[in-house]
Design a protein around this ligand. Structure first.
Ligand SMILES: O=C(O)CCC(=O)C(=O)O
Ligand SMILES: [Fe+2]
Length: 290
């Protein structure tokens, strides 16, 4: 079986970046301190039994996620510790600086979406997360401008132990360097088996899928968190998910990542995106004007 690189949470940012550059994915062991892991699970516990197993978007989206998967979205609006600590974690910030800043002036949260893969759920189709911005990806793939810079940094954070049997995310190491048309063979998959509190972090261009859950009664609770370029539309509408009354309680960095920041590319001869009343939304938030 293929293996993914594994590093401890206190590994140097350079080591994690080197692993992501080489393999396209890396497991960070014990990313979450035990008390934060417990707090996130305590928030999820009362919600999970009634969580939806379908979306109200369309059948293709439901097919993509698969049957017997429970969804809880918008974690940034459900836990201030999620927003202030996990979303703003220095390791994620360093990885986003490295991967995303070549293509934007600032990056933002794309989504924070819990997926609980139930017994009997099948392996997802193998995909690249950044293809949600299909128009951008297909134009760049067709151009002669050389390889596409990655436009997303993604992760799946284990809130319970992840095993191959209960649906650990499967990843294709090295696939971020592949030609976009190349398909992965079964023998090229690696399974992100890891203990609760650990995370697999992968690039927007890395092929991966939620694994099939062949257990009789074990749900695989994983928190999907990703970031993208600051000038993209995000998958979750984070400003509505975390409206001003909640955003005010968070750190300025968290507010910026949730879309209350400005994408300021003026110094790069670009534009100033996301203003309100020609002002910075974080300033308005903190003056109680939003
Ligand atoms: O559930 C997983 O492990 C992966 C989910 C995923 O890749 C996705 O929804 O984009
Ligand atoms: Fe994915």
């Amino acid at each position: 079986m293929n293996d993914l690189p594994r590093l401890p949470v206190d590994a140097s940012h350079d080591k994690v970046i080197a692993a992501l550059d080489e393999y396209g994915a890396v497991i960070i062991e014990n990313l979450l301190p035990a008390d934060l892991l417990a707090e996130l699970n305590n928030i999820i516990d009362p919600l999970i039994d009634s969580a939806s197993m379908t979306t109200e978007i369309n059948e293709l989206v439901d097919m993509f996620f698969g049957e017997r998967v429970r969804h809880i979205t918008g974690l940034a609006g459900k836990s201030t510790r999620f927003a202030d600590e996990l979303m703003c974690h220095p390791l994620f910030m360093a990885l986003c600086d490295h991967i995303l800043l070549p293509s934007c002036a600032s990056y933002q949260l794309n989504l924070a979406h819990l997926m609980d893969r139930g017994p009997g759920s099948e392996q997802q189709m193998i995909h690249r997360d950044q293809e949600v911005w299909v128009h951008y990806c297909s134009q760049r793939a067709a151009s002669d401008d050389g390889p596409l810079n990655d436009i997303q940094v993604a992760s799946m954070i284990a809130l319970v132990d992840f095993t191959k049997e209960n649906g650990a995310t499967c990843v294709v190491p090295g696939s971020h360097k592949w030609d976009y048309q190349r398909e992965a063979k079964e023998s090229e998959l690696a399974y992100a088996e890891m203990s609760a509190g650990s995370a697999v972090i992968y690039r927007g261009s890395t092929l991966h899928a939620g694994g099939g859950n062949t257990t009789a009664d074990t749900w695989r609770r994983g928190l999907h968190m990703s970031y993208c370029l600051g000038w993209f539309r995000t998958e979750e509408n984070n400003v509505l998910t975390v409206p001003p009354a909640k955003a005010k309680l968070l750190s300025k960095r968290a507010q910026e990542l949730l879309g209350y920041g400005i994408h300021d590319a003026i110094n790069d001869a670009g534009g100033y995106l996301g203003a309100v009343n020609m002002r910075h939304p974080t300033a308005l938030l903190n003056e109680d004007q939003l």
